[in-house]
Design a protein around this ligand. Structure first.
Ligand code: ZN
Ligand code: ZN
Length: 94
């Protein structure tokens, strides 16, 4: 059963991924905060199986870097501060 949600509180208006409070750009699609289609999206809990992976993203422009530990490689591609592309490295600790 599909449930559509239009709750964009703290989310990207384009791909509806969660944004951090001080993010100016979506890390996943590069859309500036507050922009996008804000279309209803399928509110499903993603099930990702696998060992935890430490993923490190570093902005190629401003140097902002952050680390995410999650199940599966985090696929962020844009800097949340300036919207530039990021270099990604990850360590599979399985
Ligand atoms: Zn997005
Ligand atoms: Zn940057």
């Amino acid at each position: 059963m599909k449930r559509l949600s239009s709750d964009y509180e703290g989310r990207c208006g384009n791909c509806h991924k969660l944004l951090a409070d001080d993010d100016q750009f979506c890390r996943y699609c590069g859309t500036p905060k507050g922009e996008g289609g804000f279309l209803p999206y399928e509110n499903s809990n993603m099930c990702v199986y696998g060992p935890p992976v430490d993923t490190t993203h570093t902005c190629t422009s401003c140097g902002y870097s952050w680390n995410i530990r999650a199940l599966g490689v985090d696929n962020a591609r844009f800097c949340p501060r300036c919207g530039s592309s990021v270099d990604t490295t990850y360590e599979d600790r399985y």
